[in-house]
Design a binder for this molecule. Sequence first.
Ligand code: MG
Length: 281
Amino acid sequence: MSKWPIGVFASVDDGLGVHLDVVQELGIPTLHLHCPSPENRTEDAAKAFVSRAAEIGTEASCVFSGFAGETYESIQRTAETVGLVPESLRDERCALFRTTSDFAKWIGCDVVALHIGFVPDPSTDSYKDLIAKTQSLLDYVKDNGQNLHLETGQESADHLLHFIGDVDRDNLFINFDPANMILYGTGDPIEALKKVGHLVRSIHCKDATWAAEDVRGTGWGAEVPLGEGDVGMETYLRTLKELGYEGPLTIEREIAHDRERQKADIGAAVALLTELREKIG
Ligand code: MG
């Protein structure tokens, strides 16, 4: 695959991202696929996806996990509900994550990704348990011939690096989402990218504006169309180039309540990234 192919976050059922008809309409060659709901993680569904993807000229470079009951309605609710962090759900979700990894294997994809959630303080028992369970997942994923990418944003770059160091597995990397750093107020995305760049193996192209100073870290920033936020897309791509990143530029635009606008914004994002890719080279 050539350097910096354009991608988009997509799903086959009610997951995040756009539906495959939009991928087809916009002619987008690579996907981050939000994993189908658990009842659709079958070998037959995997075959159906592969043939549909081939028909429209695209392929998944990464399969993203998601769990029923996750909500992003506020930062507080996100901390309580997302990923492997909620302790009462941890075992059940680890089991579900294994089915995501299996589905990815069936479609021939060697990367799975995860919002692990708000990683607890390293001095807690919850943190130690999370480390052990993440290690076990990584061993499972490795047996499936895959790497795991953790999505950024819910912790600072330093906290994430500390966690990855403690997990200590050679198939754990980062999916960098610059807008999340702004949305959650966890740090300047370009500075963070430079810090974690050696582990970045996939990225999202998403944009956002900071929350007001007095609520930063407790209140959401705002997700906006690519190029209209505070990330600075040209600086972002130049930084990725300096780091030697050559993988897909995967657009994410989470406005499922307005599918028409979502499609238009993604079309504009494709144009912007194509122009910047040409300029930066
Ligand atoms: Mg993202």
